[in-house]
Design a protein around this ligand. Sequence first.
Ligand code: NAG
Ligand code: NAG
Ligand code: NAG
Ligand code: NAG
Ligand code: NAG
Ligand code: NAG
Ligand code: NAG
Length: 424
Amino acid sequence: MQLLTLISLAAIALSSNAHPTRARRAASNLLTVPLRRSERDSGLHVDLLHQKQINRAERLMARAAGLPPPSEAQLRANLERRASFIPDISKRSNSNISTTAFDDGGHQYFMSLELGTPPVEFNIVLDSGSSDFWVASSQCTFNGGSCQNHTFFDSQKSSSFVDLKQNFSITYGSGAASGGIVNDTLVLAGVQMKDFTFGIAHNISQEFATDHNIDGLMGLAKAGVGIRNAPPPQIVMRNRGIIDQAIVSFRLPRFVDHNVGEVTFGGLDSTKFDPSTQVTINSTNSGFWIIPLDGASVNGKSVKIQSNTGFMDTGTTFLLMPEADAVAVHQQIPGAQHKNGQFTIPCDTKATVSLTFGGKNFDINPSDLVSGAPKNKPSDGNCSSRIGVSAKSSTQWFVGDTFLQNVYFSTNIDENTVTLAKAI
Ligand SMILES: *[C@@H]1O[C@H](CO)[C@@H](O)[C@H](O)[C@H]1NC(C)=O
Ligand SMILES: *[C@@H]1O[C@H](CO)[C@@H](O)[C@H](O)[C@H]1NC(C)=O
Ligand SMILES: *[C@@H]1O[C@H](CO)[C@@H](O)[C@H](O)[C@H]1NC(C)=O
Ligand SMILES: *[C@@H]1O[C@H](CO)[C@@H](O)[C@H](O)[C@H]1NC(C)=O
Ligand SMILES: *[C@@H]1O[C@H](CO)[C@@H](O)[C@H](O)[C@H]1NC(C)=O
Ligand SMILES: *[C@@H]1O[C@H](CO)[C@@H](O)[C@H](O)[C@H]1NC(C)=O
Ligand SMILES: *[C@@H]1O[C@H](CO)[C@@H](O)[C@H](O)[C@H]1NC(C)=O
């Protein structure tokens, strides 16, 4: 209870220092939209953020395996257990908990689109690990109160709005949203799509309420994952001939790249990757973007791992793996230490961790292995590792942004494939 209060009180500072280029539609039926990064400087201890990521992974793993998801109580217990390891958390009576450790607020990637008539602009998180599209509604409540500072969808103000008189409810590893399903006009990269089906959330959880940069979420996993039976947006666009194939490609932005990224619907943007490194890999038949993981290495030296698949998820901040694999990887990173199920590595590590997919090695930039913006580096020089342990033993890695921001990442529902290439 204490912990939950703490989390709700956490101040959220936002930065969106992006300089996006204009959305554009190329001749070859590609829709490209700037992708920006919402930095959640939540004031929350990095270990708790880390645990939230693990909770998300646990839930996704259960869903992908067709098993019942872990209960809310279980996920909360995970967080409380994690909090008990943080030495001075009990002394903290407010949200000022980021002084000792590595404030890595986690982040989300979002794009802008317009909904309704006249069109209203919304900022939408892109998530390759779910498949519902919703925005917060003007009736939105959070814990029975205000949903805070967002753009809300007001059905009364849109002349093209149609109420489908159905409800949706979706729970993420961290966060939840529920409300009604509607049709209205969507404008993406200047292209207008009438009668697009999406959810308008009347009830959202703290994670969404407090991230003022975002007004909704678009899931881009395969069909059949969503709670309701609407096809994913890339299928809708392909069916309407707006794009040729149900492809979504991501160049995720990060600070060292000056925060410029983009998402392309309908194909790949060849200016964003090195074609000599391009590889296309069959995905498994689950609703998610799961592909074979061939191996891993540190500084060119192969690491013995027990896992053989990667769950590619833009909604996971870290790279999460079973404990034995995380131990094996960190053993090869000079100066890494293992404590309470988590790892620290020297903040200035030069270690290069590589993942092998489709027979090709893809390096992680050493700076992506450590948590904490430069200003928040702990004085002892040991940073929290952005490679973590997913709670359940399995043979799957959750391949989140620690890795994905180093590559061009493209998904194709029509071919059921993932394409990776070194990002440029
Ligand atoms: C947070 O803690 C730091 C270091 O203890 C202190 O300097 C700062 O004033 C505190 N801020 C707030 C808002 O309490
Ligand atoms: C609400 O959010 C917008 C966009 O992030 C920001 O420009 C504005 O200052 C915020 N308003 C308040 C009252 O916080
Ligand atoms: C949708 O949810 C609302 C409020 O929870 C409820 O009153 C309504 O009956 C539900 N509608 C359908 C079609 O389930
Ligand atoms: C809502 O949109 C879908 C997809 O375009 C369409 O098939 C359906 O007929 C629409 N429903 C209504 C009530 O307009
Ligand atoms: C809103 O969501 C919270 C959990 O996020 C849930 O406890 C509550 O019952 C929901 N309220 C409504 C009206 O659906
Ligand atoms: C990928 O899937 C296609 C179509 O199902 C199949 O023809 C091809 O052999 C597969 N490739 C590999 C490497 O498994
Ligand atoms: C920091 O890591 C080094 C090993 O790289 C270790 O010797 C030292 O004890 C660590 N410091 C703390 C405070 O854990």
